[in-house]
Design a protein around this ligand. Structure first.
Ligand SMILES: *Cc1c(COP(=O)(O)O)cnc(C)c1O
Length: 466
């Protein structure tokens, strides 16, 4: 399987190189040149399989040139056995034909564990084979950082440096990053905001000379193809559990950078009957505004009760735009260069194609809290604010009661207690047993000034082979 850039000017790469690179040299994102397609008969034969075996069937075509079959099976077993539920992604029923798929039973209580637990193991495997070392550099405002650190804690060939804005992430989120012990784990608190952290990471990818040519930077944000790949699996898993592929399914996906829902779109292209995909956004609703009015336009960032969806642009949307433009990379390049300067639209027939593929809703904090309260009152089930946005959008956009509607439950409610308080409930969501002592664990992080040269010097000095 070869991977090509969405901007059409970078050479095609194999899986190993795509895994180890961030953006393509032309500024685009990598996508598979073609997708595997599964017949209904084949999908049907997967009913009742354990999660890891299903994951193998769906993902192996993407990695087979790089990873021997037995190694990949082992990696999947290791990855999904750390989840605190035997079904890995259990389904919870809310109403007749309405479900939440709990994707938060991994070590950091958010769906990002599905991809990042695997990504760490894939990186280590490929680096071991090549006898290379990678330095991961990432910026986080919360979930990504902790999931990436947990995913890489046992990697022998990876050092990970995660920048977070000093005193600007929640205590649970900070502790989930800073209490993970390991010589290869480096938490840096920057005296600045999230944008400062992100800018530093971007600039460092652009000029890696501070590493002296001895290691390469690798990316763990959702521009990394391997993350998308791992997220395709649970769409099949949910469908098979509820009578697919002999009935079609609808999914509602709490969306920020468009990674998770893009995986659903790929599942559909790979043969899974999906009749509806709902983009659920908070007030940072660039995607909903595009879907409603064919205008892609950045607004100011708004801080909401669902911080993991607080974005101004949606990086993986580029992967969809590539398909909407008949995979014409140069057209995508031109469009996104213009989008950086001001609002853009696409040709009407292409926009209509997008509208056929996706529905969308924008859900504010008030409606988020109302949904948390309502579902708790009706079901004694606590939603985290991100999942609540998904449930709200599912109910607003639903087209057919006969079709199961599945909302992706992206985080555990204990991770975002503020929203529960705001919703007027007096229940306190408890951290699961494996995290109950989080507030007693020892923290380790370094506070650095908002200065790129200083941060780069720190990294150059502290990675393993420095
Ligand atoms: C990252 C995240 C999202 C958004 O996922 P995207 O792939 O960026 O669309 C939603 N909910 C939670 C809890 C997250 O951590």
């Amino acid at each position: 399987m070869r991977y090509i850039s969405t901007r059409g000017e970078a050479p095609a790469l194999g899986f190993e190189d795509v895994l180890l690179t961030g953006l393509a040299p032309d500024g685009g994102l990598y996508v598979p040149e073609s997708l595997p397609h599964f017949s209904l008969e084949e999908i049907r034969s997967w009913r009742g399989l354990p999660y890891t075996e299903l994951a193998f069937n769906i993902m192996y075509p993407f990695v087979e040139e790089a990873i021997p079959e037995a190694d990949f099976r082992q990696m999947l077993d290791d990855t999904y056995s750390v989840f605190a539920h035997k079904a890995v992604a259990p389904l919870v029923q809310l109403d007749a034909n309405e479900w939440v798929m709990e994707l938060f039973r991994g070590p950091t209580l958010a769906f990002k564990d599905f991809a990042l637990q695997l990504l760490g193991r894939l990186l280590d495997h490929v680096l071991e084979k090549r006898q290379e070392h990678a330095v991961i550099m990432g910026a986080t405002s919360g979930d990504t950082g902790s999931a990436a650190i947990e995913g890489c804690r046992r990697c022998e060939h990876v050092d990970i440096f995660i920048l977070h804005p000093y005193e600007r992430v929640s205590e649970v989120q900070r502790r989930q990053m800073t209490t993970v012990q390991g010589d290869n784990i480096h938490n840096i608190a920057i005296k600045g905001n999230f944008d400062d952290c992100q800018r530093m990471v971007k600039e460092s990818f652009g000029d890696q000379s501070f590493l002296g040519g001895k290691a390469k930077l690798a990316a763990v944000n959702s521009i990394n193809w391997a993350r998308i790949m791992a997220q395709i699996v649970y769409y099949f898993h949910a469908s098979l559990a509820l009578g697919g592929p002999d009935r079609s399914m609808a999914f509602s996906v709490p969306t920020g950078n468009f990674g998770d829902i893009f995986a659903g779109y790929l599942a559909k292209k790979m043969g899974l009957p999906i009749s509806q995909l709902v983009i659920a956004t908070n007030k940072n609703d660039i995607l909903h505004r595009f879907m409603s009015g064919n205008k892609y336009e950045q607004h100011q960032l708004e801080h909401t009760l669902s911080p993991s969806m607080d974005i101004m642009v949606s990086s993986n949307f580029e992967r969809l735009l590539f398909d909407l433009h008949g995979r014409d990379g140069l057209a995508v390049k031109e469009l996104l260069e213009n989008a950086a300067k001001g609002p853009v639209s696409i040709e009407d027939y292409r926009w209509k194609k997008a509208r056929k593929l996706f529905d969308s809703a924008s859900v504010d904090d008030q409606a988020t809290c109302d949904t948390i309260r309502e579902v708790y009152q009706q079901n004694e089930y606590l939603l985290d604010p991100h999942t609540a946005i998904g449930v709200h959008a599912a109910r607003a956009c639903r087209r057919d009661d006969q079709i199961p509607m599945i909302t992706l439950g992206t985080a555990h409610p204990a991770k975002f207690p503020d929203a529960i308080v705001e919703s007027g409930l007096t229940v306190k969501p408890a951290l699961p047993a494996h995290m109950a002592d989080l507030f007693e664990r020892e923290e380790r992080y370094t506070v650095l000034d908002n200065d790129r040269a200083g941060v780069q010097a720190f990294i150059a000095k502290h990675w393993k082979n420095a």
